[in-house]
Design a binder for this molecule. Structure first.
Ligand SMILES: [Zn+2]
Length: 585
């Protein structure tokens, strides 16, 4: 039997909400921290079937059946374990790793295990250094921020010494950690001459943990004026994927579950301040807009989110993207606006925790906020500006999964746009139905999001195989990295020599169930999202953007490594410039 890497299984499980999976086939009622319903595995009239979303298991006290989300689907749908895993992975939008031999898997698992131990040792090392005389500047930084000893202990802050003093790689050498593993962790960097240096030097260290509490990465804040970058982060490693990590959950998930809401902030210290101010259901994004993986993790703990970001222009952009993501995932989203130029960290430091909690209480529904913002500055007496406003908002309305909430939004929208409610409701229903037609209720539901460029190509492969094949032939393997449709597109590319008219059937035969459903879904749309050539171009741009992010990461790493490596840096800048030119061209 195929063995899936444990880290992958953990990811799938972490991003699957057992309550909503079981809720699709069993009517569940919330009682306290768990959900109850009638057991689907034995006949009963009183509910003895329990689902615990936070812990991720179910248990029937009538017939004794129980287990995790994998065992539920396995038993309920009568699927084999690998089938269940593939199904849930597709649903969560996680690519199933190529299965290597069993020995490789065990080696990879052992390496991940070793990396977790090493991160724990690093956390202890940095924490010790904070109490050393050299840690004075870092202690002062925490003190200036008004962080209390309890907060410092809870979040396990530390200090990475400057070069020439104690070093993490020195500690690792004492602990006999193999050099290759040290480098693999991203915490130690090897220079040209083969000498080792610490990645983080003279920085205030913030451990980033999984929700289980295992430290998997670090953020390091600069301590001197002019030290760049201000925040240096661990690179992605076999134990750390940035887009799938929410900072602080290891400490706050219990409170989030209990209150059924989460305050979402941007930075490490925003989180610490908000937590210290007594608002314990809080999580931080740390630098990016919310990803769908992150929102699925959040979904397991709460159905309501209060966005509390820096309201400057960038904050609004990230806040808007994050909010739209959350609305589409069915969250109730509120926005707590801070005074201009302020973030929760600065706000609480300046004014204290009480005004901040007041501000949270006064938070407004995101959709209301959106309507106000979009209509502000528009002359609603003019039909054309009413029309643009309506169209913009209809696109948002179509993503609201709950019908009652959609109608409510329609009424407010009608009021703003000065049209009758019926008209808007009809338009929204049309738009929402359109979305549903694109995604029939097959095994894979709305969870898997095809990019328009992917939909366009899949559509072409089925409806216009000649054009579709020609377009797919222009893609390189690297263009497909991370795409939900990667396996379908690469299969199509490998079929370039078959007569185009048999292609759709051949694809159908050779694809797995989930992929087939994905292909069907893309092809049932009446039109393609874009012409094949445009889709190819869009996917190339996406790849360049990924490469740009990787180059940027390397630049930060080389800069973080300090003095030498000017040549590396020059190469990286050149590569960055090339990519930027391509993206702008
Ligand atoms: Zn039962």
């Amino acid at each position: 039997m195929a063995l899936f890497p444990q880290g992958f299984l953990d990811d799938v499980k972490a991003q699957t909400d057992i309550v909503s999976i079981i809720g699709e086939v069993v009517s569940l009622r919330k009682t306290g921290g768990t959900f109850k319903g009638l057991c689907p595995f034995h006949e009963e009239k009183t509910a003895s079937f329990n689902v615990n979303g936070e812990k991720g298991f179910f248990k029937c006290f009538g017939c004794g059946v129980g287990g995790d989300v994998f065992s539920f689907v396995e038993r309920h749908q009568k699927l084999s374990f690998p089938e269940v895993v593939r199904h849930l992975a597709a649903r969560a939008g996680i690519q199933v790793p190529e299965l290597a031999g069993g020995a490789d898997d065990r080696a990879a698992a052992a390496e991940r295990e070793a990396l977790l131990t090493l991160h724990e040792q690093a956390t202890v090392f940095y924490r010790e250094q904070l109490d050393q005389p050299a840690g004075g500047r870092a202690r002062k930084e925490l003190e200036n921020r008004g962080l209390k000893p309890e907060t410092i202990e809870t979040f396990r802050y530390g200090f990475a010494p400057a070069a020439g003093r104690e070093s993490l790689h020195g500690r690792f050498a004492d602990l006999k950690v193999p050099t290759a593993l040290q480098i693999r962790s991203g915490l130690v960097i090897e220079r040209d001459g083969g000498t080792l240096v610490d990645r983080f030097r003279n920085r205030l260290m913030i451990p980033i943990a999984r929700e289980t509490g295992s430290v998997v990465a670090f953020g390091g804040r600069a301590l001197e004026a002019g030290q760049v970058p201000k925040y240096l982060n661990s690179p992605e490693t076999p134990v750390y994927t940035k887009s799938r990590t929410l900072y602080g959950l290891d400490v706050t998930k219990g409170a989030i579950r209990k209150h059924n809401y989460c305050v979402l902030v941007e930075g490490y210290f925003d989180l610490a301040q908000v937590w210290q101010a007594g608002v314990q259901p809080v999580a931080a994004l740390c630098g990016t807009a919310l990803t769908s993986a992150q929102s699925r993790i959040l979904k397991r703990f709460a159905s309501k989110v209060v966005i509390s970001f820096d309201p400057d222009a960038a904050g609004r952009g990230a806040a808007a993207r994050s909010s739209e993501q959350l609305v589409a995932e069915g969250f109730q989203v509120n926005v707590a606006l801070l005074p201009d130029g302020s973030d929760p960290d600065a706000f609480i430091q300046a004014r204290g925790g009480q005004p901040y909690t007041e501000l949270l209480k006064g938070s407004r529904p995101y959709l209301e906020f959106l309507l106000d913002r979009a209509s502000a500055g528009r002359d609603m007496t003019r039909p054309d500006s009413r029309r643009t406003f309506l169209n913009e908002m209809l696109a948002v309305a179509a993503t609201i999964p709950d019908a009652a909430e959609r109608d409510q939004f329609a009424d407010r929208l009608a009021h703003k746009a000065r049209v009758t409610e019926g008209v808007v409701r009809d338009e929204i229903r049309k738009a929402a139905a359109e979305k549903r037609r694109e995604a029939p209720a097959l095994a894979i539901r709305s969870m898997v999001r095809l990019r328009p460029a992917e939909q366009g190509l899949l559509w072409a492969l089925v409806r216009r195989p000649v054009e579709g094949l020609a377009a797919v032939g222009q893609l390189d393997a690297a263009d497909l990295d991370g795409l939900v449709s990667a396996s379908i597109l690469s299969l199509a590319a490998s079929l370039a020599d078959v007569p185009p008219d048999v292609l759709p059937n051949l694809l159908h035969e050779r694809l797995g169930e989930d992929e087939r459903a994905l292909l069907d879904r893309a092809a049932t749309a009446e039109v393609a999202a874009a012409a094949p050539a445009d889709c190819v171009h869009a996917l190339k741009r996406l790849r360049w953007r990924r490469e740009l992010a990787a180059v940027q990461e390397s630049i930060e790493q080389v800069q973080g490594a300090g003095d030498q490596a000017d040549r590396d840096l020059a190469d990286l800048w050149k590569r960055k410039k090339e990519l930027l030119q391509r993206l702008e061209g």
